[in-house]
Ligand binder design. Structure first.
Ligand code: HEM
Ligand SMILES: *[C@@H]1O[C@H](CO)[C@@H](O)[C@H](O)[C@H]1NC(C)=O
Ligand SMILES: *[C@@H]1O[C@H](CO)[C@@H](O)[C@H](O)[C@H]1NC(C)=O
Ligand SMILES: *[C@@H]1O[C@H](CO)[C@@H](O)[C@H](O)[C@H]1NC(C)=O
Length: 316
């Protein structure tokens, strides 16, 4: 009986855990031995010129993996009447695509036609985290690039207004667990948000409260002054956590203090299990780093495309 249950649960695990098209740590060992060195070098040079690059690369990889799997669909340009993902509505913080172009051109010089853009993005995201003081991990490789990118599909991304059950559903549809949800939300230790992404919490929140009552009042006041309803500065917004270029566990401490930016961050306190994980990560940077690295490997293994693109912005 126990054996049957064990076998059955391993079958279930197998069917929900995303398995890449046989990704491997040594995938380019013979065909592009210097790959990881080249990616790290270009990402590091770009970061030293612009401190917002790591956040951009991490978010780009997340968006890539959540739509059609990690297949570099996020990198394709719109063409003719086809509007690509990068021109879809929640694209306002996507930037630094040039960094991937620069890596790709260096990689093409060293090993032409071999390395997928999806693999480059997965490696660049890993390096971005590490360069910001976060953990590192071995990235399984062998992803293929997709041939489709549609702006309409960005609707499949989780929204910052999502509640906990919507977040859990969005992650579980991609084979990601509640632990993955909490750990990966920690990506918000890096980067910037525009007012539009948290407007719902500071103006006209509900019939009874103008401001989300779970927000620390003085913090809410600060957000309101950055994002007034009228005469808001163009591109106004705030860093998502106070140490926005350092990958650390400040994000989780901020959630516990009512100082998170998105409703979707605050929502992590709404079930006992997710709340416990937030507290655990707020207390232990080491625990956060360990879970984050594991969950990144899972997220970045969601199945993708068919080809190795020559130019990351256009299909072959
Ligand atoms: C859990 C669901 C998630 C939601 C609802 C969400 C939502 C958002 C929103 C609304 C922004 C700000 C966009 C703007 O106004 O400019 C943002 C930024 C960001 N997100 Fe998330 N996100 C989620 C998960 C993740 C994950 C899994 C990662 C990576 C592991 C991530 C990494 C980032 C980063 C690094 C930024 C800053 C980007 C920059 O400064 O360029 N997010 N996210
Ligand atoms: C985002 O989409 C708008 C149109 O919806 C487009 O004009 C803009 O260039 C896009 N931004 C990026 C970074 O691709
Ligand atoms: C989350 O939002 C959905 C859609 O609005 C709603 O059906 C559901 O009841 C909400 N769940 C929680 C826990 O608030
Ligand atoms: C606040 O919400 C109410 C009802 O949804 C709406 O009638 C009103 O115009 C909103 N006020 C502002 C300032 O957006």
């Amino acid at each position: 009986m126990d054996i049957i249950i064990a076998v059955m649960s391993s079958i279930i695990l197998f069917s929900v855990v995303p398995s890449g098209n046989s990704l491997g740590l040594n995938y380019y060992e013979k065909t592009c031995p210097d790959l990881e060195f080249i990616v790290a070098k270009v990402v590091s040079e770009a970061t030293s010129k612009d401190k917002t690059v790591p956040a951009a690369l991490l978010r780009m990889h997340f968006h890539d993996c959540f739509i059609r799997g990690c297949d570099a669909s996020v990198l394709l340009n719109s063409k003719g009447s086809n509007k690509a993902e990068k021109d879809g509505p929640p694209n306002i913080s996507l930037h630094a695509f040039y960094v991937i172009d620069n890596v790709k051109s260096e990689v093409e010089k060293a090993c032409p036609g071999v390395v997928s853009c999806a693999d480059i993005l997965a490696l660049a995201a890993r390096d971005a985290v590490f360069l910001s003081g976060g953990p590192s991990w071995d990235v399984p490789k062998g992803r293929k690039d997709g041939r489709t990118s549609a702006a309409s599909e960005t609707r499949q991304l989780p929204a910052p207004t999502f509640n906990i059950s919507q977040l859990q559903q969005s992650f579980s549809q991609r084979g990601l667990s509640t632990e993955d949800l909490v750990a990966l939300s920690g990506g918000h230790t890096l980067g910037f948000s525009h007012c539009s992404s948290f407007q719902n919490r500071i103006h006209n929140f509900s019939a009874t409260n103008d401001v989300d009552p779970s927000l620390n009042p003085s913090f809410a006041g600060k957000l309101k002054s950055i994002c007034p309803l009228k005469n808001q500065a163009k591109n106004a917004g705030t860093t998502i956590d106070p140490s926005s270029t350092t990958f650390d566990n400040t994000y989780f401490k901020a959630i516990l203090q009512g100082m998170s930016i998105f409703s979707s961050d605050q929502a992590l306190l709404d079930t006992p299990k997710t709340k416990e994980l937030v507290s655990k990560f707020a207390t232990s940077k080491e625990a956060f780093f360990k879970y984050f690295a594991n969950s990144m490997i899972k997220m970045s293994s969601i199945n993708g495309g068919q080809e190795v693109r020559k130019d990351c912005r256009v299909v072959n």
